[in-house]
Design a protein around this ligand. Structure first.
Ligand SMILES: CC(C)(COP(=O)(O)OP(=O)(O)OC[C@H]1O[C@@H](n2cnc3c(N)ncnc32)[C@H](O)[C@@H]1OP(=O)(O)O)[C@@H](O)C(=O)NCCC(=O)NCCS
Length: 378
């Protein structure tokens, strides 16, 4: 059944927030509007896609349009969150229709990569996959050496210092200063209340770490999660055990890119647990031509100025790779996204083996790093 889909109107925002709070905050405290200040800001109404019944929003898909940088390649990214249908209206196809609308809406606004903070059948059926690879490092609580890796709470005057460290990271969302202010004011990191720490070495800031506050209450404390950081890896590594101790937790987990050799070396030196983890949701390349155009500098550096003789023909959903008379067709968004970002996922095992000349080129470029949400989680 076709639904009428449109942006949330200003006067409907309270009803939409009420729907989001009833669906996502009925069993825990919090208010979605405060926790997700980029998504539910009045300047983002055009991206809050709704279906109405009896004059009010009953189903919603929230879109946050930003840009991301992956190893120097800048691309439009849509982050999807707060996907909710009022209980009485579930199972009627509303969320599916809104997800398709969100894809078209994002596409028209220059987005090539869509990240969804969930992994339901709803998303899988539409071709999104849990691709992407990250490294998880777990450190025991402890104390930092006297001068380096000392964490202190971030103060209002530190904001440009934090922005500067973030700007130097090779894989990140682009955040305007307004975004930073809203996000830090909200104090929410990937669906949890959070703290931001400046890491100092000899009294000089060299990085930052954002930590989710562990849940309070009886029972053993959950490990602290450092779900965003930037700056000097050694100092960050030295600060982590102190941060775990600060929260009374036994351990702290930090997530980084799998090729963050410097932080991984620190972890190995300290005998920390090192594991692989996936993207916390599903994703898809929704505009192949725009995505590969954005990737051109990266591919040129990996394949040479003539792209190693590899021709790439983006298809509406997948892509065809041709080299030395051999052809490799990936017909679906899921397969293409998995080829590009990798991951220990079912679609990776479903990838057909490429013919040798194509395989050689693909191996030199993919899998490549994927954005981690950090503060941009919605
Ligand atoms: C997930 C959710 C948004 C789906 O909304 P919807 O409008 O019912 O979605 P659709 O009708 O397009 O169909 C998709 C879902 O309906 C389910 N469904 C089918 N028939 C149904 C029925 N009679 N009653 C309830 N659900 C039914 C499907 O199993 C499918 O769920 P899946 O993702 O688990 O495969 C809704 O169930 C919801 O608000 N859930 C709570 C919040 C939530 O989990 N959001 C997603 C965060 S990732």
């Amino acid at each position: 059944m076709p639904f009428e889909i449109s942006a949330c109107r200003p006067e409907e925002l309270p009803a939409l927030l009420d729907l989001a709070d009833r669906v996502f905050r009925s069993r825990r405290s919090g208010a979605m509007e405060k926790e997700y200040p980029l998504l539910f800001h009045p300047d983002n109404l055009e991206q809050l896609r709704v279906i109405r019944a009896q004059g009010r929003p009953v189903s919603h898909v929230g879109v946050c349009l930003r840009e991301g940088v992956i190893l120097g390649c800048r691309m439009g990214v849509a982050s999807i969150g707060s996907v909710a249908t009022a209980p009485d209206y579930r199972g009627g196809g509303m969320a599916s229709a809104l997800m398709e609308d969100a894809r078209r809406h994002s596409l028209e606004r220059g987005v090539s990569l869509m990240l969804i903070s969930g992994g339901r059948g709803l998303y899988h059926r539409l071709g999104y996959v849990p691709a992407g690879r990250f490294a998880s490092l777990v450190a025991p609580a402890g104390t930092a050496p006297m001068t380096s890796g000392q964490p202190r709470p971030c103060a209002a005057g530190d904001i440009l210092t934090v922005v500067g460290f973030h700007q130097r990271e090779p894989v990140r969302y682009i955040r305007s200063l307004d975004d930073w202010r809203r996000l830090l004011n909200a104090g929410n990191l990937m669906n949890h209340p959070a703290d931001l720490w400046i890491i100092e070495d000899g009294g000089v800031p060299v990085g930052y770490v954002a930590t989710q506050q562990p849940s309070s209450g009886p029972g053993p404390r959950s490990p602290v999660r450092a779900y965003e950081f930037a700056g000097a890896r050694r100092a960050v590594a030295e600060a982590l055990p102190t941060l775990a101790a600060h929260y009374g937790a036994e351990e702290i987990e930090i997530v980084t890119q799998p090729d963050d050799a410097a932080l991984l070396a620190e972890a190995r030196r300290r005998d920390w647990r090192i594991g692989a983890r996936g993207f916390p949701g599903t994703l898809g390349i929704i505009d192949g031509p725009a995505f590969f155009a954005a990737l051109h500098p990266y591919l040129e550096e990996r394949w040479g100025r003539d792209l190693g003789g590899l021709e790439l023909e983006p298809l509406p959903e997948g892509a065809i790779f041709r080299r030395a008379g051999a052809e490799y067709r990936l017909e679906t968004r899921g397969l293409l996204t998995t080829l590009v970002f990798g991951g220990d996922v079912e679609t990776a095992r479903a990838l057909p083996p490429p013919p040798a000349p194509v395989a050689e080129a693909l191996r030199a470029a993919f899998p490549m790093p994927l954005l981690w949400y950090g503060y941009n989680y919605v």
